[in-house]
Design a protein around this ligand. Structure first.
Ligand code: HEM
Length: 414
């Protein structure tokens, strides 16, 4: 073989590998790339590729699921895996990107990234503690926190910095019995970049943040048990069937899942109340309940826009054959606007007769849905009591993480 050929093949392979690597996790479809228009309004891009409930994503040789029924079908299908260890391609790229550090959500997988049978007992143990009764009992405490945060606001100020973020961070830290909320929020922000494996420095930063959070939680665990033996985490730690590393992974998951999402739900609701005055008037006059408001915001602007699965064994979704190793992007945001299921799907019309899929579906259905909705209801109520005529600074800039949707800042002027 000639020297040029010997050098040429690895170079070509390297270029192809790099291109695929970048494309793979930047949503694998040119229609879904995160430019400014997409950040502002991703929904037309989803419609542009909605030729069927499930479409090919040729760039990553995978699939994008956009249809409501197809999303449910995929999330019921045990041939699809949530364990990132089941995808050799992802693993290879993430290992290279992480520079030898443990990869967040892979090396110490939390509940969300476990498949049955490992997932089943841990989910049962956690759901037995995060019950409806437990959440309802938090109401007075959340009301006090929200009222205190709103009373400290001095417009012009950022509603995310003053209310939408500190409230969920405070609530989840209280549930876990940990302090140091500023530090927790920072680690959590850095960890949400872990999926963006095309950016090696972000993956390494996410890995460092996860390691710091694990270390912090491990050190706090004895105190958590002593100070509040009845808390959900203390009870989990005392469960003989749950190992300590799972307790730590659960705390890390709750500290991130528990606030990144809820912050965005509160922010997205404020955005809709600002943008659609008739909706705000209906809430203030009592014609629209906070429950229905929050549910319709969740449908239209889901904080978690999509999730990933990997095909573990050959399967069929909405009539298409999926092959082992393929990536499946499950798009909740598109499913929530599926015209086959929702009339006037782009319009804010509360009281829909089908539920949205913003908390997922199937065995990984969100365990914090009731808590998130409670926090959002309370935050919005307190804000509207204090500032029924609020005005926001325009233009509003949206975050650039395609998996999580929410404005970066929401400056209240009056
Ligand atoms: C508006 C707020 C929230 C949204 C939109 C949301 C959304 C989701 C979604 C879509 C999933 C499933 C992901 C998948 O299947 O890949 C999920 C899972 C999960 N969520 Fe939430 N979440 C929210 C708030 C919370 C809160 C407040 C907590 C905790 C207190 C929480 C804890 C969890 C846990 C533990 C799981 C994993 C369940 C499992 O794997 O069995 N979430 N969430």
């Amino acid at each position: 073989m000639s020297l040029t050929r010997r050098i040429g093949i690895p170079i070509v392979k390297g270029i192809v590998w790099t291109l695929r690597r970048v494309d793979h996790y930047f949503l694998g479809s040119s229609a879904l790339r995160a430019d400014d228009d997409f950040r502002r309004d991703p929904y037309p891009s989803f419609e542009a590729i909605r030729h069927a409930p499930i479409v090919r994503s040729l760039a990553n040789r995978g699939w994008i699921i956009l249809g409501y029924e197809a999303v449910q079908e995929a999330l019921r299908d045990t041939n699809l895996s949530n364990d990132l260890n089941n995808n050799p391609f992802y693993l290879r790229v993430a290992r290279a990107a992480s520079g030898g550090r443990p990869i967040p959500f892979v090396d110490n997988p939390p509940l969300l990234n476990l498949d049955p049978p490992a997932h089943t007992p841990l989910r049962r143990a956690i759901s037995q503690r995060l019950t409806r009764g437990f959440v309802d009992a938090l109401t007075p405490q959340i009301e006090d926190s929200a009222r205190a945060l709103v009373s400290r606001m001095v417009p012009p100020c950022d509603l995310i910095e003053t209310v939408a973020e500190p409230l969920p961070v405070q609530v989840i830290a209280d549930i876990l019995g940990v302090h140091n909320t500023d530090q927790l929020a920072q680690w959590s922000h850095r960890m949400t970049n872990a999926l963006r494996i095309a950016e090696a420095d972000q993956v390494q930063d996410a890995a460092d943040a996860e390691a710091s959070m694990r270390c912090f939680v491990a050190k706090q665990l004895p105190d958590m048990l002593k100070i509040n033996p009845e808390s959900p985490i203390s009870q989990l730690a005392q469960d003989p069937e749950v190992q300590e590393r799972d307790v730590i992974s659960t705390c890390v998951l709750l500290l991130t899942a528990g606030h990144e999402t809820t912050t965005r739900l509160i922010a997205n609701t404020i955005y809709i109340l600002h943008h659609q005055r008739s909706v705000r008037e209906a809430v203030v006059s009592g014609n629209l309940s906070l429950d229905n408001l929050i549910d319709e915001v969740l449908r239209l602007e889901p904080p978690v826009q999509m999730t990933l699965r990997f095909v573990r064994r050959s399967t069929t979704i909405a009539g298409r054959s999926l092959k082992p190793g393929q990536l499946v992007l499950i798009n909740f945001a598109a499913a929530n606007r599926d015209p086959a299921v929702f009339d006037n799907a782009d319009r804010f019309e509360p009281g829909r007769n089908r539920p949205h899929l913003s908390f997922g579906y199937g065995i990984h259905l969100c365990l914090g849905a009731a808590l998130a909705k409670l926090e959002a209801r309370i935050a919005i109520k307190e804000l509207l009591v204090a500032y029924p005529d609020f005005e926001l600074h325009e233009p509003i800039s949206w975050g650039n993480n395609q998996f999580f949707r929410g404005p970066e800042t929401l400056t209240i002027l009056t």
